[in-house]
Design a protein around this ligand. Structure first.
Ligand code: AMP
Length: 401
């Protein structure tokens, strides 16, 4: 199937082709007709599946057809980085259709955002807290809202945005199209859906999100105090393959500590977490994106939704506590049908989170044994199908064998 077969506006087609986007991904194939028909939609979509384009493309096409007016579409995202990414994906399509957008998020100056909102735009992309501030100061009203979209709705609820979302909803017209994208659908989210959506079409619903097949996943058993040494030796051993590495940490202070440790070892690394000012976060992201710093050390919240091309390796320096976080983290690599490696450090005390992740995946992750490494058990044990793990080994390890 091609975008042409989905009744995509020729002006958008030209823009997509210029960006080498010719065939819709499965979520796009399913979502585009529903959104174009004006119906409500709930989509379970993994990161890296093309979900952003799946809603922005048809929603903007609808806006171009509907009655003009200010703030006709609102996209809510959990983080400022995701808000910026939505805007980046949307901008060329919006330009092609002569629509305008404004992005607002916390941690950046209020005034400039307020001025832009007051000047008027077709689409507002926002994080909930900052949007409420602007609504409170009457910088924007949504009386003419036609399309509301939630991106990574599960993460918004995880981050405690439910009260803010309810407050925003109270100011929106009831008569509108509502779209929701989420990796998972916890009961709390289902309740929200019941309250604010009308007979939504559902696509891609799975019991649990699964990582894409092109991510090779491995586990390195290691003692807590040996993690820094293991990271340094992996970065040295696999320097050539590790072109662009995202290292995930459990806390902000651990993120800073590992960033300092890498710098002390003369390894160029950028650090990103929620306590940094917006400018510092943007600089870190930019130096990673441009390749100036091939390593980015990050917390989950800061890294969630980052769309950075060509991440070759995700390293879980600290194992994530939920299977959902694991899938999101490793979804940062192998995006858009590319290959990638996901390496997870596991300590003997990680028996339970490792078991939760493996149970959700439905298989045990292959262990990379090293001399002197501890034994790390898992609460989940499954005999893999013959050869099931062979192609999940990192490229470099495959080559050496
Ligand atoms: P997303 O899941 O929205 O974060 O998108 C992941 C990446 O896939 C982004 O870099 C998009 O530019 C890219 N992408 C989206 N749709 C397509 C497509 N149909 N063909 C190729 N790449 C795409």
């Amino acid at each position: 199937m091609r975008f042409e077969d989905l009744n995509v506006d020729p002006r958008c087609l030209r823009t997509l082709h210029k960006n080498n986007i010719t065939e819709p991904t499965p979520v796009q194939e399913q979502a585009i007709p529903v959104v174009l028909s004006g119906g409500d939609l709930i989509a379970t979509a993994q990161t890296g599946t093309g979900k952003t384009l799946a809603f922005t493309l048809p929603a903007l096409m609808r806006l171009a057809e509907l009655k003009p007016g200010p703030a006709r579409m609102l996209v809510l995202t959990p983080t400022r980085e995701l808000a910026q990414q939505v805007e980046t994906v949307m901008a060329p399509i919006a330009r092609a259709l002569r629509l305008t957008s404004v992005v607002v998020y916390g941690g950046a100056g209020m005034q400039q955002q307020a001025d832009r909102l007051r000047r008027g735009c077709d689409v507002v992309v926002a994080t909930p807290g900052r949007l409420l501030d602007h609504m409170g100061r009457k910088a924007v009203r949504f009386d003419g809202l036609q399309i509301l979209c939630f991106d990574e709705a599960d993460r918004m609820l995880d981050m405690g945005f439910l009260p803010d979302i309810r407050r925003i909803l109270a100011h929106l017209p009831k008569e509108r199209q509502t779209l929701m994208f989420s990796a998972t659908f916890a009961p709390e989210l289902q309740r929200l859906v019941g309250e604010m959506m009308h007979d939504p079409a559902r696509i891609g619903i799975e019991v649990s999100a699964r990582p894409v097949d092109t991510v090779r996943q491995v586990v390195y058993p290691v003692r807590q105090e040996e993690k820094a040494g293991l990271l340094l030796s992996l970065l040295k051993e696999q320097e050539k393959e590790m072109e662009s590495v995202l290292v995930f940490m459990r806390t902000k202070s651990r993120t800073d500590r590992v960033g300092r440790m890498l710098k002390a070892a003369n390894i160029k690394a950028a650090v990103i977490h929620g306590d940094l000012a917006q400018g510092a976060r943007q600089r870190a992201l930019e130096s990673f994106r441009s390749g100036k710093c091939p390593i980015l050390v990050a917390t989950d919240v800061a890294a969630r939704g980052l769309d950075i091309d060509g991440i070759s390796h995700v390293i879980n320096y600290d194992i994530p506590q939920t299977a959902d976080d694991y899938i999101h983290r490793i979804g940062r690599t192998a995006r858009a049908q590319r290959e990638g490696d996901a390496i997870t450090f596991v300590c003997p005390s990680d028996i339970s989170p490792l078991g939760t992740i493996e149970k959700t995946l439905g298989y045990n992750l292959p262990r990379i044994e090293r001399e002197g490494a501890p034994v790390v058990l898992s609460t989940y044990r499954k005999t893999p199908a013959a050869g099931a793990s062979r192609n999940r080994r990192p490229r470099s390890l495959l080559r050496r064998r």
